[in-house]
Design a protein around this ligand. Structure first.
Ligand code: UDP
Ligand code: MG
Length: 321
C-alpha cells in the first residue's frame, strides 16, 4: 500500500502549548527510531499567543522531519487538522494532541493495525481517563452513547485526539467548523467503513490548561444533529421538508374541515356553538397549515441552493478499471 517511502505522518494541532512541544518531539523520535519507522511531524500552530511557534521554528530548522504551519489567528482544532491533513505525505496519518496527554508509544501498534489489519481508521479509547470526572468524564460518556446511537459506529471515545488513518481517508474528508469530534462519522459517510478502536494510555495534563470548556458538549450535540441531517437529507432536502410540510398541512386541513363541519352541523340542527374564531382548535389547525406551507417552501429553497452547489456531483471513486 506504499504511496511513498514515508511510513507515518504525525499531525499535532496546538494552541499555546510551548512547554510540551520539545518533550513531545523527543518522545516521538525515541519511539519512531526504536521501531524503525520513517516519519514526519507536522505541527499546526493554531494562533498561539505564547512562544509555541518559536519552539516549532527551532525544531524545524534543526530537524528535516519536522514541519510547521502557523495560522495568523486561532481558528480551532478542526481547521488545524484540516491543514495538517492537506500537507501529509505518509502512508499512515496519526493525529495526536500536543499537551502530552496522548502517548507516542501507541503509534507503532496503531500503524500495524492500519497497514496489516486493514483498518481505514483506528480511534484511541482513553479507557482510564485523567481528566476532571464531573466536567469531562461523565458528560463524555453520555456524549459517546448518543454518538454511537446516531452514527451507528461502535466507538467508546469518538473524540479521542489520538487516531490513525490510512492516507486515503484524510485526503478525502473535509474537517471544518468543530467537526473534529466526528471524524469517524465523516469517514464512514465517505465510504471508509472499516473503523476500529484501540485502548490507549492517557496522562494528566502536565502544562497549561484545557482549551475546551463545558460548552463543548452543547456544541457537540448540535453538530451531531447537523451531520446526521446532512448525511440523510443533504442531497435531497425536499424529502425531509416536503414530507413534514405536507403532513402538517394535511393534518391542519383535515382539522379545519372537522371544526367547520361541526359548526355547520350545529347551525343546521339549531345547537348553540361557539364562534369559529373563538375555537382554539381552529387557530391551531390554521397554524399547522401555514407552518406546513413554510416547511414545503424551505424544501424548495434548499433544493435550489443545492442546484447551485459546486459539489453536488462530487463522488469518491474507489477504483476504475
Ligand atoms: N487545540 C487547538 N486549537 C484550539 C484548541 C485546542 O489546536 O482552538 C489543540 C490543543 O493545543 C491540544 C488539542 O487541541 O493539542 C486538544 O486540546 P485540549 O488538550 O485543550 O483538549 P482536552 O484534552 O481538554 O480535551
Ligand atoms: Mg488535552
Amino acid at each position: 500500500m506504499s504511496f511513498c517511502d514515508m511510513n507515518v505522518s504525525i499531525v499535532v494541532p496546538l494552541f499555546n502549548e510551548e512547554e510540551s512541544l520539545e518533550k513531545l518531539y523527543e518522545w516521538i523520535v525515541r519511539v519512531m527510531q526504536a521501531n524503525n519507522l520513517t516519519y514526519e511531524i507536522i505541527f499546526v500552530n493554531d494562533g498561539s499567543t505564547d512562544r509555541s511557534w518559536d519552539v516549532i521554528r527551532r525544531l524545524s530548522a534543526a530537524h528535516d522531519e519536522v514541519h510547521g504551519i502557523c495560522f495568523r489567528r486561532n481558528y480551532g482544532k478542526s481547521a488545524a487538522l484540516h491543514c495538517g491533513f492537506r500537507a501529509v505525505k505518509g502512508d499512515v496519518v496519526i493525529t495526536m494532541d500536543a499537551d502530552l496527554q496522548d502517548s507516542p508509544e501507541e503509534i507503532p501498534e496503531l500503524y500495524r493495525m492500519i497497514t496489516q489489519d486493514g483498518y481505514d481508521l483506528v480511534s484511541g479509547w482513553k479507557q482510564k481517563r485523567y481528566d476532571n470526572k464531573l466536567t469531562k468524564n461523565l458528560p463524555s460518556k453520555l456524549f459517546n452513547a448518543t454518538a454511537r446511537r446516531v452514527t451507528g459506529i461502535q466507538l467508546h471515545d469518538m473524540n479521542c485526539g489520538l487516531k490513525a488513518y490510512r492516507q486515503d481517508v484524510v485526503k478525502n474528508i473535509e474537517v471544518f467548523s468543530e467537526m473534529h469530534r466526528y471524524i469517524p462519522y465523516l469517514a464512514k459517510n465517505a465510504g471508509f467503513t472499516k473503523i476500529g478502536e484501540k485502548v490507549v494510555q492517557h496522562r494528566k495534563r502536565e502544562f497549561g490548561v484545557s482549551k475546551f470548556g463545558i460548552n463543548r458538549f452543547v456544541n457537540g450535540y448540535l453538530d451531531l444533529m447537523t451531520l446526521w441531517f446532512l448525511n440523510k437529507f443533504g442531497k435531497q432536502p425536499m424529502h425531509f421538508f416536503g414530507l413534514i410540510g405536507s403532513l402538517m398541512f394535511m393534518v391542519g386541513m383535515v382539522a379545519v374541515c372537522v371544526v367547520a363541519g361541526m359548526k355547520l352541523y350545529a347551525l343546521n340542527h339549531g345547537i348553540r356553538a361557539m364562534l369559529i374564531a373563538d375555537n382554539p382548535w381552529f387557530h391551531i389547525s390554521i397554524l399547522m397549515m401555514v407552518l406546513g406551507c413554510m416547511l414545503f417552501l424551505a424544501g424548495f429553497l434548499a433544493e435550489l441552493i443545492i442546484r447551485n452547489s459546486t459539489t453536488r456531483n462530487d463522488y469518491l471513486i474507489k477504483e476504475q478499471v
